[in-house]
Each structure stands twice: as C-alpha cells, then as structure tokens.
Design a protein around this ligand. Structure first.
Ligand SMILES: Nc1ncnc2c1ncn2[C@@H]1O[C@H](COP(=O)(O)OP(=O)(O)OP(=O)(O)O)[C@@H](O)[C@H]1O
Ligand SMILES: [Mg+2]
Length: 506
C-alpha cells in the first residue's frame, strides 16, 4: 500500500468538512493532487451523455465552463464505459480532453492519465480524472487504492446530488443548492450574480406566477425563460414562443388568439393562436415592450379572466397558460412615458427577474468562453481549442456591450481566424484573434485619443492604448479605481485585473 490509513482518513475528513458541496469537492481534488502528486485533477458530474466539471485543480479556469460530450471525447467515453479504474497508456492515441489546458504548459500534452468512474449503485454519476506530465506517475498506486478513492468520491457526489434533489423538491428547509441545478438548459456561470439568478429561477419555476425577465440584449433572457419552463410543473407541456417585435399590427391579434374562417380577408380556415397552443403550458412573449397599447389591453384581459376570443368569434375559450415575458427596455420607464399599461406591467411583473450584464459576472466570461470553445471544437471537427492566457486577460478586460451573444460570436470568429493560420486540428486563441472587439472597447473623441507610438504589432499597440486610457481615467478621477471603472464603462474588478496585466500595478 502506498497510502497510509492517515491519508485515506484525511480524504474522508475533507469530504465531511467544508461549507457546501462545492467547497468539499474542491478540497477533495486539492487533497488528491497532493496525495497522488498529479499535475491536474477534475471531478465531473455525468448527465445526459456529457461530463460537467464540478471542481478542478491544476487546470485552466475555462474548463469549468466546458461541457465534455461522450461523442466528442473518446477518453471520457472509455471511462464511462469501463466500470472500473482506467489507466491510459502514455502513448494512447485517444486525445486527452485536458491537453493544452494545464496553465503554463499550453503546448504540452498530458502523459499519464487515470480515469475513475463514479457510481451510485449501477448508475454512472460522474468521474474523477487524474493527469500528470510524468508518464509513470500513477504506476505506484494499485487499482485497489484508486478504487478506494473513487468509492469515497462517489459517496460524496451521490450525497450531494441527492440533497440537491431534495432541496429542489422543497423537502429540505434552508440551504440553497450549492452547485448548478440539474436542468436541461445549461446556463453557464458560477459568479455570485448568476448563482443568485439560478436560485431565483428555481424558486419561481416551481410557482405558477407570471414572470417578467429583463436584461440587456444578449444576456440570456430566452435561456432563462426556457429554464423556468423546464423547471416548472408544466415542463411536459409546450413552451410556445412569440416575438412581439416581429408582429405587424394587422396579424398580431390573430397570432395571439387565433381566428375563425372568414373573420377577415385571407382567413380561409379556422386557426388557433399561440394562447391555445400553449394551453396547459407556457407562453413566452419576447420583446413584450413592443406590443401596441391595443394588444396590451387584450393581453391584460386574458391574464385577468383566463379566457380568449378568436378573431371573428363571439364565443370565448378558457385557457390555462403561464406567461413569461422578456424585454430589454426599462418597462417602468415605458409605463411612465405612457407607452406601456401600468396594470399589465403589474400583472406581468409579479416576479421580476433581472438578468445581469456579462460585465457584472466576473470570471464567468472565461467559463463561457470555454463553453463556446468546446462548441466550436465539435462543430468544426477540431482536436483542441485552447485560450491563451493573453486571450483570457483580454476577454476579462473587455466590457461586452452585446453580452453573451457577442462573446459567443467573438469566440466563433476567433476560432475561424486562428484556424486559418494553422495547420492541424489544434487551435490556440490569442488576444489578437479578438482584435475586433478591442477597437470598440472605449470609443473616445479623436482629440482625446492618446497618440500611438510606433508599435510593432497589434497587441503592443492595443496594450499601449489601454494603458493610456486607464492612466487618463485615473488622473481624471483622483486615482479612484471605482470611479475610473465607471468612466471607462467597465467593471472595477476587470479594471484592476487589466491594469495588473498591463503592469500598471502589482
Ligand atoms: N449563461 C449562459 N450559458 C450559456 N449560453 C448562454 C448563456 N447566456 C446566454 N447564452 C447564449 O447566448 C446567446 C444569447 O442568449 P439569448 O438569446 O437568450 O439572449 P437574449 O437576452 O434573449 O437576447 P436579446 O435581448 O437580443 O433577445 C444564445 O446563443 C444563448 O444560448
Ligand atoms: Mg431574446
């Protein structure tokens, strides 16, 4: 035995202490790293044919946002299939999902790799992966020893999943779920703002309240609507989508409520509207702020009385529909300006949800970038898509006015750009592949724009420009970082990070 009883007891104790699942999992893999002397380890949850990282150690942060499908990762597929400890030979030609994701070793390939599947009874619930640069690193540990470790980890994970399930069924009082709830719609993000939003979604999903989802463009309002529906008792029934902005006034009423044959020219048959289609389910009214006052009145009626009338029909139909509405306008202001009915606003916003802009989600930018890298990798059939540390710093320093959608597009564009200049299936994204966004970081009037020295490349020029902008903002704001961040329309944490990277502070 190369482990002492003390070591195993230590691991068991780590799994009992800690303030939440997340914290426990983190302690577990940090301990494993020390005990097994591996260079990287990860605890993954298994769900719907993919592995979802719960805690990582020695790996790039964006791994936490990546989703590893069995189809796209033959090594993980082998672990899922094995039912026992898997030792990959150092010369295995199955690509390691973490190759290039060990910080500081981007160009190095992982050598020793062990996978431990985690079971609850017969069910695969997760995996532990251990990686090392040294090919013989894990040879000293016997299969029995590694099995002991997976048994400990499996017990902890299975407990955590069970508790989470009980909590989401409101069977346990108190404590919010400590890690991402199991849902079909995957919402990437672990920042406090996103954890708060997920908690609110979980609470409101279980109720039957109408919800008004507000947030800037591209923040994920539609995704929020989907997860509310999926978490609700109506999940088995349809979620019907209607974009109010794309509705010409002439057809809007018929779209919402349907019409009978002959109701107007062109009404050649009876047709049901979105409310009927969503009966017993959920109706998602996107861009609700664009609805005309006349239709607002009709919508209010349905919400009040639960019945609808098809255009051209005097009879009314009862429907049971939950309405979720989304807007990127400030509806309160619209009400004040007389463009939105106050009574409808109050009906819809019984439970208002506000989706935070990306710039207020801290490191989630990196997690989301990892998520989109993995998507691109699969879509374009690449073996690896890696974010360099420069690219990561860049993503964190930018303000993302177009939010998650802008990030999604930026990553796709960067992958395409980077691929064009490389041969082989491996792509490393550098800051300059995101150069387009850089040019709109902080638009300034020409006269204020700092003069550029003769820089050799785009990155130097960009960094020089950023340094000048920050210096200017600081001097105009008495060296107050928070005020400077506001002036630059960026998050103060991001500004500190950027300044650090630019060597302006330590
Ligand atoms: N937390 C998240 N995790 C993963 N993907 C996300 C997340 N948030 C948004 N996305 C993705 O970003 C894109 C934009 O999201 P979505 O369409 O929901 O935004 P929106 O707020 O409805 O935007 P708009 O106001 O322009 O309609 C989608 O592709 C969505 O899947
Ligand atoms: Mg939308």
């Amino acid at each position: 035995m190369s482990f002492s009883v003390d070591v195993l007891a230590g691991i068991a104790i780590q799994l009992q202490s800690g303030v939440g699942h997340q914290d426990r999992f983190q302690r577990l893999i940090t301990t494993l790293r020390q005990v097994l002397e591996c260079d990287a380890s990860a605890l993954l949850r298994y769900d719907a044919r993919q592995f979802i990282p719960l805690a990582i150690d020695g790996l790039a942060q964006d791994v936490l946002g990546r989703r590893f499908t069995l189809e796209g990762h033959p090594r993980l597929e082998a672990i899922a299939r094995a039912g026992d400890v898997v030792r990959f030979p150092a010369d295995s030609d199955l690509p390691d999902p973490y190759d290039g994701l060990i910080p500081g070793q981007e160009s190095l390939k992982v050598h020793a790799c062990v996978g431990l599947p985690l079971f609850a009874g017969q069910n695969l619930i997760g995996a532990l992966t251990l990686d090392a640069m040294e090919p013989e690193q894990f040879d000293v540990f016997s299969d029995e020893e590694l099995r002991l470790i997976s048994a400990l980890a499996a017990g902890a994970l299975s407990n955590a999943l069970l508790i989470e399930q009980l909590e989401s069924q409101n069977m346990l009082p108190g404590a919010p779920a400590a890690f991402e709830p199991v849902a079909n719609t995957d919402m990437i993000g672990l920042s406090p703002n996103m954890m708060q939003l997920k908690k609110e979604i979980e609470i409101v999903a279980a109720s039957d309240l109408n919800v008004l989802i507000s947030g800037e463009t591209g923040t994920g309002k539609e995704l929020v609507a989907k997860s509310i529906h999926e978490g609700s008792p109506r999940a088995a029934n349809p979620l019907v989508y209607l974009n109010c902005a794309a509705l010409p006034e002439s057809v809007a009423e018929s779209e919402l409520f349907g019409h009978v044959k002959g109701a107007f020219t062109g009404a050649i048959s009876n047709r049901s509207g979105k409310f009927e289609m969503a009966d017993n389910g959920t109706l998602f009214l996107d861009e609700i702020g664009e609805l005309s006052l006349a239709l607002q009145a009709k919508l209010l009626r349905v919400l009040q009385y639960g019945d609808i009338q098809r255009v051209g029909d005097d009879r009314s139909l009862r429907v049971d529909v939950r309405v979720l509405a989304a807007t990127n306008r400030d509806l309160r202001e619209e009400v004040l300006a007389g463009r939105f009915r106050a009574d409808l606003f109050h009906r819809l916003s019984v439970f208002p949800l506000s989706v935070p802009p990306l710039r207020e989600r801290g490191d989630d930018v990196v997690l989301l970038a990892g998520y989109f890298c993995e998507q691109c990798r699969l879509r374009l059939g690449l073996s690896r898509v890696i974010l360099s540390s420069g690219a990561r710093a860049h993503l964190l320093s930018y303000g993302w006015p177009g939010n998650v959608r802008e990030l999604e597009h930026a990553v796709h564009r960067a992958v395409v750009l980077a691929r064009a200049t490389r041969s082989g299936g491996e792509v490393i994204l550098e800051a300059q592949h995101f150069a387009f966004e850089e040019s709109v970081v902080a638009p300034v009037q020409e006269s204020e724009a700092p003069a550029l020295p003769a820089c050799h490349n785009l990155r130097d020029a960009t960094e020089h420009f950023q340094r000048e902008m920050i210096r200017q903002a600081l001097s105009q704001n008495n060296n107050n970082w928070a005020a400077s961040a506001r002036a630059l329309e960026t998050d103060v944490a991001n500004l500190h990070r950027l300044a650090k990277r630019l060597g302006m502070k330590d």
